[in-house]
Design a protein around this ligand. Structure first.
Ligand code: KG4
Ligand code: ZN
Length: 335
């Protein structure tokens, strides 16, 4: 079979990224331009600022990825792009660029759901074995997805309020830590013990999650300690919070793995970079004889390589877009 090259674009949040992926599983080259340092001073991503920077960066990123891959756009077979979910202004920059390239160079346009991208980040490092369960944990999502075969997604549970990464970032903020707080809490928790009592949120029979109550519990705890004149031990609070997150994520996900009798568990999304979460899943999967796949950190946070992989499999399913394709700030995966 002739090799199939996808040029993929991802601009759903604050990373401007382009990548060239061969046959859905081989990364030829990727460029990620992050705006993290710009948004840090505001304590979170400011949508208007993000889209303005995407406009400035998108052509640079595209030129650089072609140069890196030593390819011309004529050698590309299709253009893949994240159409949603995400920040609408940011998505539109990537989408408009992709539509323009597809039109000018007469290439198929492949719309990719951002979460499908996060899941397919795993395909860049491993074969996927079906059926599988994917736990997608990021700043915008906390989903348990069942996949019976390639590019067939069934969401069996998800957060009813805050995403887990969002909870990490908000808790970090009240603790006076920098944005994004996830990696900082992860690092601090290594030096602490779980001495603060926090509730296990939504500990029920469903596969859904709720993190806003846990976040409020941390905020209340900090206020109460301050009123008593006590100094918060940041390492211990980080550890206490992270333990609760790990417990609820692993409890529900491992139950799904058993109920659906899957061959693999795959983790994805920015929070899958968390060392505590990885370690606990590794131990549980060994114990239960389940193959666990966790992508390297560079594929966990937003990047276009994962979009390029997903686009290949979407195209195999006949999924294409045209010039009427629109960006969507929210959209259900697989429906
Ligand atoms: O997937 P991602 O780059 O963007 C979204 O699609 O949301 O995820 C970003 C999120 C942020 O909330 C960040 O705090 C979190 O991933 N994150 C972490 C870690 N590294 C990144 N959370 C916990 N522990 C980490 N090591
Ligand atoms: Zn993401």
């Amino acid at each position: 079979m002739k090799d199939f090259f996808v040029l993929a674009i991802e601009t759903s949040c604050d990373e401007t990224s382009a990548s060239i992926i061969k046959n859905g599983d081989t990364e030829i080259g990727t460029v990620v331009l992050t705006q993290m340092d710009i948004h840090k001073q505001y304590g979170g991503v400011v949508p208007e600022i993000a889209s303005r920077h995407h406009i400035e960066n998108i052509t640079l990123v595209l030129e650089e990825v072609l140069e890196k891959a030593n390819m011309t756009i004529e050698e590309i077979d299709a253009i893949g792009v994240t159409y949603g979910p995400g920040l609408i202004g940011s998505l539109l920059i990537g989408l408009q660029t992709a539509k323009t390239l597809a039109l000018i160079y007469n290439k198929p346009l492949i719309p990719v759901h951002h979460i499908a991208g996060h899941i397919y980040a795993n395909r860049l490092v491993n074969e996927l074995k079906f059926p599988l369960i994917s736990l997608v944990i990021s700043g915008g999502h906390t989903d348990i997805i069942y996949m019976e075969k390639d590019y067939k997604f069934k969401k069996i549970g998800g957060t009813l309020d805050d995403a887990v990464g969002e909870a990490y970032d908000k808790v970090a903020r009240v603790m006076g830590l920098d944005y994004p707080g996830g990696p900082i809490i992860d690092r601090l928790s290594k030096g602490g013990v779980p001495s603060y009592k926090l509730p296990l949120p939504m500990d029920d029979d469903s596969y859904d999650f709720s993190f806003s109550g846990l976040k409020s519990a941390v905020i209340n705890l900090i206020h109460n300690e301050k009123q008593r004149g006590n100094v918060i031990n940041k390492e211990n609070l980080s550890r206490s919070f992270q333990e609760v997150v790990i417990n609820i994520l692993t409890k529900k996900t491992m139950r799904a793995v058993k109920e659906y009798n899957v061959k693999q568990l795959i983790l994805s999304g920015g929070v899958a970079a968390n060392t505590g979460i990885r370690e606990k899943f590794e131990a549980l999967c060994i114990k239960n004889g389940i193959e666990l796949i966790v992508p390297p950190i560079k594929y966990c946070t937003d990047n276009a390589a994962m979009i390029g992989s997903a686009a290949f499999y979407a195209y195999k399913e006949g999924i294409t877009g045209d010039s009427f394709l629109n960006a969507k700030s929210t959209d259900k995966l697989g429906g």
